[in-house]
Design a protein around this ligand. Structure first.
Ligand code: RB5
Length: 170
């Protein structure tokens, strides 16, 4: 599998180790940096990995920053990206099974390396469950200007709009 990796200065050590782990497992790795501890801005690296995945250049992406949060927010700004910041195995499994996550965000400051070694294979090997989850995942990208206008109008009117999920999918 072709996998994009990226990190800021607070995540590059794990990113390099993850890249080595992926290569040892036979994956092709596209490394977007950064490569040392000189402070950089995490959004640039999140966008780069996000674009690599959303464009189809890479099938999956893994990003690392100090907390996993900033870089995941950046990756999620790229349309088509479903980036999940995770810290334990079941969460990682659900990110694949329910959310079809195509980018994983990891924390170098909060998550031990032994845990990372467990999480990366789970992310790569767990399939998406599909079904009702596909219907929900599609909504992440179909929410547009009309939906926003409808929500704002309802808020202004003091109304709460209910979800309109077909009963068979609930
Ligand atoms: C860098 O100090 C740190 O803010 C960054 O790696 C990340 O944790 C941001 O969310």
């Amino acid at each position: 599998m072709k996998i994009a990796v990226g990190a800021d200065h607070a995540g590059f050590i794990y990113k390099d180790r993850i890249a080595a782990m992926l290569r040892a497992r036979g994956h092709e790795v596209l490394d977007f940096g950064t490569h040392d501890a000189i402070p950089v801005d995490y959004p640039r690296y999140g966008y780069a990995v996000g674009e690599a995945v959303a464009s189809g250049l890479c099938r999956r992406g893994i990003v690392v920053c100090g907390s996993s949060l900033g870089i995941s927010m950046a990756a999620n700004k790229v349309p088509g990206v479903r980036c999940a910041p995770v810290c334990e195995p079941y969460m990682t499994q659900l990110a694949r099974r329910h959310n079809d996550a195509n980018v994983l965000a990891l924390s170098e400051r909060l998550t031990g390396w032994e845990m990372i070694e467990q999480l990366v294979p789970i992310f790569l090997e767990t399939p998406f469950d599909g079904g009702r989850h596909a219907y929900r995942v599609e909504q992440l990208f179909s929410f547009g200007d009309d939906d926003r206008a409808r929500a704002v109008e309802a808020i202004e009117d003091g109304r709460v709009i209910g979800a309109e999920t077909p009963p068979e999918l609930l």
